[in-house]
Design a binder for this molecule. Structure first.
Ligand code: ARG
Length: 458
């Protein structure tokens, strides 16, 4: 029988319970629920709202419940409405009347808000740790490939020469922004809603600063209606996770393309690939495809909660119970993807010869040839046009820019001298791009230093 049955004359329909119950999902919040209740009971005792003795009984009872759940001695009863009801009932079964006092000056509305915040706070830290592991892996590979030439692309067409290190360090920037976004979310989340009660606070002489301190929040929420009806922090986290997944998905997409037979820039380790049930030659990049695919569901979770919240009048509405499924799913998904991508990258083989070969083919030094003429005084647009003609000539003759004889160059412009070959040499080009953010080895090394210094402070 539900706790609130006293007000009703008829029994609850089975289906009412089925749709109303959330315990299958929110059972994951047992630790946070107990922590929140211990803080609340401590405050009730300290403020003289319940006796110190009862406060102690509640706290000890809750601690025992926690250890019994963790040891497997106490199984969470999935026939209860939600985790809050389950724990309160279990407490009362264990300690009698004192258990019935834990809900004084509290509602499940502020209780669930505080539980989710405590849960998300820890998960933000977990996700950040995984992002740091990934950045460290990218740095490790980059350090070994500071001068490994690879072509980089715009419109997926050969564009300019760069290095594996420069390419991978681009991803560290994305993941650093992800960490900073999580930090922002954490700051705005870390405000204590406990004490808002159902929606209009309480006439008991509670001290919200006590629970705020015990639960390590920065401050209490300043409006009780907002305290129980705010899920901005959850939406922000779903957004942060969506952006992380977007970054992982772009990276995955590139690995899929680069591991194709047409590119062969990278080869995935057998341990992180899968085969085909019919085509014996296949080695498929399923992990990358799954990361890319799961991104869709994570985006959906964000849209899910935004939509749940968009029409809700103040304050709590049961619609908000739907917040947990999408949150847990996005958190589990991003953590799994971050976990698997690190060892996958660690075992990936870069086919350096293939990358260099490709870099030599695609006229990716054409811009530098134009720059060569510009540095000799030719206006850039003229140089650009002339090099376009040289590229066209080379294609027709099946040559690369490096293969053309000096005479052939001179037939286009007398500005060309023998030193042109230095300026279109791929290594020289990369070395010359030493402006902040460029692929020159020393520049990338400095970038790595900055990122490593930042990581050492986290
Ligand atoms: N299981 C509910 C949830 O997750 C707890 C809050 C219930 N509050 C209420 N007024 N029925 O949102």
């Amino acid at each position: 029988m539900p706790m609130w049955a006293g007000r009703f004359e008829k029994e609850e329909n089975e289906l009412t319970n089925e749709i109303n119950s959330s315990i299958k999902i929110d059972k994951r919040l047992y630790k946070e629920d107990i922590r929140g209740s211990i803080a609340h009971a401590t405050m009730l005792g300290e403020c003289g709202i319940i006796s110190k003795d009862n406060s102690k009984k509640i706290i000890n009872g809750l601690k025992e419940i926690l250890s019994d759940i963790e040891s497997g001695k106490l199984e969470i009863d999935l026939s209860k409405e939600d985790i809050h009801m389950f724990i309160e009932e279990e407490l009362t079964n264990r300690i009698g009347d004192a258990g019935k006092m834990v809900h004084t000056a509290r509602s499940r509305n502020d209780q669930v808000a505080v539980d989710i915040k405590l849960f998300l706070r820890e998960e933000i830290i977990n996700i950040k740790k995984l992002l740091i592991d990934l950045i460290k892996e990218l740095i490790k590979i980059s350090k070994n490939n500071i001068i490994t030439i690879m072509p980089v692309f715009t419109h997926m067409q050969d564009a300019q020469p760069s290095t594996i290190a420069h390419y991978l360090m681009a991803y560290t920037e994305m993941f650093r922004r992800d960490i900073s976004r999580l930090n922002d979310t954490y700051k705005r989340l870390n405000v204590n809603p406990l004490g808002s009660c159902a929606l209009a606070a309480t006439s008991y002489d509670t001290d919200r600063l006590i629970t705020t301190k015990l639960l390590e929040f920065d401050s209490p929420t300043l409006n009780s209606l907002d305290g129980v009806s705010d899920r901005d922090f959850a939406i922000e986290l779903l957004n942060d996770i969506s952006i992380i997944m977007m970054h992982l998905s772009r990276f995955s997409e590139e690995i899929i393309i680069f591991s194709s037979n047409e590119f062969k820039f990278v080869e995935l380790d057998d341990a992180f690939s899968t085969g085909s049930s019919i085509m014996p030659q296949k080695k498929n990049p399923d992990i990358c495809e799954l990361i890319r695919g799961k991104t869709g569901r994570v985006y959906g979770n964000l849209m899910n909660l935004l939509t749940v919240m968009k029409g809700l009048p103040l304050a709590y509405n049961k619609d908000m119970q739907e917040d947990k499924e999408c949150l847990f799913d996005s958190i589990d998904t991003v953590k799994l993807c971050l976990k698997v991508i690190v060892p996958m990258l660690d075992s990936i083989k870069f086919n350096k010869e293939k990358m260099l070969e490709a870099a030599k083919k695609g006229f990716i030094n054409a811009t530098d040839l134009a720059d060569y003429l510009t540095k000799k005084g030719m206006p850039f647009r003229d140089a650009y046009k002339l090099v376009g003609q040289i590229v066209s000539y080379s294609i027709k003759n099946g040559k690369s820019l490096n293969d053309l004889e000096i005479e052939e160059y001179k037939s286009f412009s007398n500005e060309f001298e023998n030193d042109l070959y230095d300026s279109i040499d791929l290594v020289n080009i990369v070395n010359s791009k030493n402006t902040i953010g460029g692929p020159a080895p020393d520049t990338v090394k400095k970038h790595i230093e900055i990122v490593e210094k930042e990581l050492s402070k986290i």
